[in-house]
Design a protein around this ligand. Sequence first.
Ligand SMILES: C[S@@+](CC[C@H](N)C(=O)[O-])C[C@H]1O[C@@H](n2cnc3c(N)ncnc32)[C@H](O)[C@@H]1O
Length: 847
Amino acid sequence: MAKRSAPTGKPKTEKKITRYTYDDIKEPRTPETGHTPLLPAEEQMVTLPMDSGWSKAIHVGKLPEGDERPVVVDMDPAADPVLFWAGKRNRREVPVLPLQRNEIVSESRIAQIIERARRAAEEQSGAARQGHLFADLEKTLRETDRKKRVEFYTHEEGWKNKLICGDSLHVMESLIHYENLRGKVQMIYIDPPYGIKYDSNFQQRVDSTKNDEKDAADDVLTIKAFRDTWALGIHSYLSYLRERLYLCRELLTTSGSVLVQINDDNVHLVRALMDEVFGAGNHFATVVFNKTTGFTDQRMSCVYDCLVWYARDIEQIKYRQLYQPKAIGLEGSGNYRYAELPDGTRRQLTDEELEAIDRLPAGWRVFRLDNIMSQGEAKEPQPFEFEGKTYYPAANSHWKTTVEGMRRLVEKGRVTAVGKRLYYIRFYDDFTVSPINNMWNDMGRSGFGDAKIYSVQTHTEVVQRCIAMTTDPADLVFDPTCGSGTTAFCAERLGRRWITCDTSRVAINVARQRLLSATFEHYRTRNGKVSGNFLYKTVNRITLKSLAYDLEPEKVELVDQPEVDKDAIRVCGPFEVMSLGRYSVEDWKGYVVREAPAAYGEPAKLENYIEVICRLYRKDAAIQGASGLVHAVAETEKEKIAISVGPLSGRVTAKQINDAVQDALASGILEVHVLGWAFEANVGEVKSALEKRGKVKVELIMIRPDTLAEGLKATQPEMLFSPLALPDIDVETVKNDKEKQVRVTLKGVALFDRKRRTTEYKQADSGYVSAWYLDEDYDGDCFVDCQMFFDFKKTPNIKAALKAEVDPEEFTLKLTSEPFPVRGYKRIAVKVVDVYGNESVVVRDLS
Ligand SMILES: C[S@@+](CC[C@H](N)C(=O)[O-])C[C@H]1O[C@@H](n2cnc3c(N)ncnc32)[C@H](O)[C@@H]1O
């Protein structure tokens, strides 16, 4: 263990810790794990129409009569070409599932570290600090009126950003139908797999970007996504992307934008696809930006990626112009090749001077000669006297200003004559920036916040620019391809609200840790709220017009450069971690890998999910006779067991266990086995309570993460299933002068050994724990991260940012929590994330 360095007293310039919240923006209250209100049965499946007129024109199928959603873009297929591919459909049925809140993150790890460093410093100096930093915020997040808490969607609460584990298609439908976000998203950034090398988007471990081929990764959802989604290569890819783009269109507000990141292999297809979905007239720009690695095969190296940008409605698009320093000299464009010297003389610069333009002597003002005429004949002749000679505008032209204005320009030394013509003198410092265009070749230069933590990670500068150009502070940004959470990170940095999702638990955990270990500059707001906008740096723009009419120079706001409050440092605001709610029984039926596509155009699917899982668990399991949440019954001479299977994308809830037990008891079965990929935190408690109450026996069984990934080869059930294994913790009482406190130590984590196919307990310090989180007062529904522990030594220069003396040990994985008082529920929960992104939770009663 690293030696604890003694705090060196209170830092001289201690920074205020801030974070942005959005309580003034309301959203419907979402159910917490265990509460699953579903839409009425007939609304649980919606039709996604994907038809811009092409199907009518070529008679490949029609939307059903009376479909309420209109044909989305009025296109004429005879005039607007569209792409066709195997399996292209004009509609699709999509299940609509509620999103559930599993976890609330109220404060950041960094905030905790700062808090501790300060407390240590104050203790040393004899001062006492009361309470902890964000206690108030945590209190509000927890203490919402209990009654309202269960009336989901009918009550509103302050906005919280969202990190969602789930397939983007389902997540988007949920955002539209349950969360009421149709037409509310200002910008969507999509960085999908590029439609090449389909397995390259996959990261096995939270703590490494390197994949080990021998280690068949654990992330069953991602594996399912690959098997399911990319079976027909580019054909599947186009279907995948188009479905999601149609849903993006529904989420976007009328002034919104969608940007798709793609490389030059498929950019042509993506543009055609987006023409079809958004209408060709809504193409706003295609940006190219430099990437660090090019292909090194036989072809010419490709050094850029693209952003294909469409407006929801080009007439109404919100577009904020960004500027970059104006490039001058030999490298720069434009004709800034003259200078005015301090003694007032003006001359052309030499090539040597142009080459070293940023090193010209002090007082030299660089300028260019600009046109002083505009096109179009003046009504009357416009003679103008300058230095004893009379000048006229060229044929079919007029002066850009009045004759009086011309005189003022001359007074201000802004006119010169070259040959028979007059020119306007434009100094470089009249306006030192120029609008950015669609070629960004300076990306990834700052490197800040860009330490590579995900195998396919976008430069923060790229996403940040996109957000700044398309949104204002507090606007909502969505990224259905979260990965390492670059969009959420940039949105957080720029004070935008965000939602992001990913099928991969590894990605979700990488993103979570990235956000929790981040610090940001604190930007000054205009009225104390982020939604009231920031104060921005400005640059003066002196123009021919402002000089000619004696006007104050225009102040141009640099909306990507908010004013920074140097006395504060900001951490990530609160967010919630969500997943798709319980799948309806109908939906569960659809999964298990079929070996090969049965027919061209029909991708391989997971079929009969429940049946296959039940049969793998007990060969003799009979599906007949099962009802409700008892999915199968296994009966031998000695025993009769009801089997209930949890959803593929979600966790087994307390409610499922309860319902399955009730359904089993109704059929006279006294033993229930509930199988799942993941379990809600309080299932251990629920099991004990049910067993205490009646004669029923409940077993909770983990399905091995790679069960489906192995293509369901005949494997012994004992290798595929094991009793739910919970993290091993120790709770000790700590005596304190004022109150009784407790402290939690993480001792071990249960890990699946893939070679031996058994579950083994690993020591907490054996390198398998990626992070652990503690809820000091667990209410049985929603996990609130009160203390969090992970390893982030590599975070850039945090000590300098904090200006505080921080114990280096704080940046490594600590295994013992800070002491805390026993609170209202007298119950704690500990969540452990292993390096493969698997989460397990243990609840401990303290009464
Ligand atoms: C190219 S990566 C995005 C990387 C991200 N821009 C970053 O900076 O880290 C694409 C991500 O999309 C996720 N993904 C692929 N298909 C998905 C789906 N159907 N739903 C949700 N996420 C999906 C993958 O798991 C992967 O993490």
